[in-house]
Design a protein. Structure first.
Length: 98
């Protein structure tokens, strides 16, 4: 009984966490975007920029556009960062107000 009780508690926690999702269906990023996110978080901004640009050109997505703008900003390429921040803000001002 002592071994089963933590498993039951874990099952309830997983079900409760799943119930917290909103009515929106969350998009699952593809593997290239996830790779670019990892590269960006590790400080490899230029490699992340290459992947984000390729993904944005294939299918424009505001998440990818924002990550691209942020990567340019962190790479200190402020001209391109301004261009991409402006692109994202004009397309989705409610989602990316900053």
């Amino acid at each position: 009984m002592k071994k089963i009780l933590p498993l039951i508690a874990l099952a309830f926690c997983v079900m409760a966490a799943d119930a917290q999702t909103t009515g929106k269906k969350a998009k699952k990023p593809n593997r290239d975007v996830m790779l670019a996110d990892v590269l960006k978080s590790s400080g490899s901004y230029y490699n992340a920029i290459d992947i984000y640009l390729q993904e944005y050109n294939e299918k424009p997505d505001m998440y990818v556009g924002y990550q691209l703008a942020d990567s340019y900003f962190k790479a200190r390429d402020y001209a391109n960062a301004e261009k991409w921040f402006n692109t994202v803000w004009t397309a989705a001002p409610a989602d990316y107000p900053q």
